[in-house]
Design a protein around this ligand. Structure first.
Ligand code: MEV
Length: 288
């Protein structure tokens, strides 16, 4: 019997990029999942994914185990599109392989190990996507603090333009801007201020304020150079239908998140997106 685990994708309500500079960010785990099946094998049979390979090696060290394994990954999370697809694959791999080795990791351990996997593969990274995928629900990441937030379930529209952009390159682009221009550094701090407000508003159940902050955050992400014409088109389709919207994740291409998830907003986003679907806060990593 293979050990099978799944982990959700994640979306930023506010705070991507700024979180790399230790500003706070607020995310939710979304109910699109990566599933990983692991079984013993005569020799390692791994998919061509640096995240999976690194996660298997880290689990070997963790469990003090050398048995070869076959690993299969399936996922309905768009890849490299701002929904934490690589984090979900890393998280599900660590969980499944550790169970297969008879040394199951707790979600907290999975979160720490998955963050190490992302840093090894991708260079500069925050623990935001990996922690959210491991624990599920709404999550605040603020420097060394990581915690889940108790808040009402809500539905959000995701618009996906069918494209992707390498996270590392987008993060490097912002770093170059911040190095060259003190205003960019002020923008990063302003995103942090927005995130503080968003966390307070979410905790008091005021999603209307969170939505207004999402709109402001999009303006600041645009100023940091990480939006694109297709992301902006989807954002404005949602806004024309009365919703608030912003890109999620590294930007460049990929996904936007809109609230509230009215039928009108979903239909409007679908007109400028390759695909539009509704998500709500999802359970973290789990055995299947
Ligand atoms: C990528 O999903 C989000 C970024 O903030 C990078 C990171 O947090 O590691 C752009």
């Amino acid at each position: 019997m293979p050990a099978r685990s799944s982990a959700p994708g994640s979306a930023f309500l506010v705070g991507e990029h700024a979180v790399v500079y230790d500003e706070p960010a607020l995310l939710l785990a979304v109910d699109r999942r990566a599933t990983v099946a692991v079984e013993d094998a005569d020799e390692d049979d791994l998919p061509d994914s640096a995240y999976v390979r690194e996660a298997v090696e880290r689990t070997r060290l963790y469990a003090d185990e050398t048995t070869p394994v076959r690993v299969e990954v399936s996922s309905d999370i768009p890849v490299g599109a701002g929904l934490g697809s690589s984090a979900a694959v890393s998280v599900a791999t660590l969980h499944a392989v550790s169970r297969q080795f008879g040394a199951p990791m707790e979600p907290q351990e999975v979160a720490d190990e998955a963050y190490a996997v992302e840093r090894a593969v991708q260079g500069k990274a925050s623990p935001a996507d990996t922690y959210t995928s491991a624990t599920g629900g709404y999550v605040v990441v603020d420097g060394d603090e990581r915690r889940t937030v108790d808040a009402p379930d809500a539905r959000f529209v995701v618009g996906y333009d069918g494209g992707s952009a390498p996270t590392g390159e987008m993060v490097d682009g912002v770093a170059r801007l911040v190095d060259r221009n003190p205003v960019a550094s002020d923008i990063v701090s302003a995103v942090g201020d927005l995130s503080h407000d968003a966390v307070e508003s979410l905790e008091s159940g005021d999603l209307e304020v969170v939505a207004a902050l999402m709109d402001m955050n999009q303006g600041l992400l645009d100023a940091l150079g990480v939006s694109s014409s297709s992301l902006s088109r989807m954002v404005w389709s949602a806004r024309d239908a009365g919703a608030s919207a912003k890109l999620t994740g590294a930007g460049g291409a990929g996904c936007v998140l809109a609230y509230p998830a009215t039928d009108e907003a979903q239909e409007a986003v679908a007109e400028t997106a390759k695909e539009a679907f509704v998500v709500s806060p999802a359970e973290g990593v789990r055995s299947e």
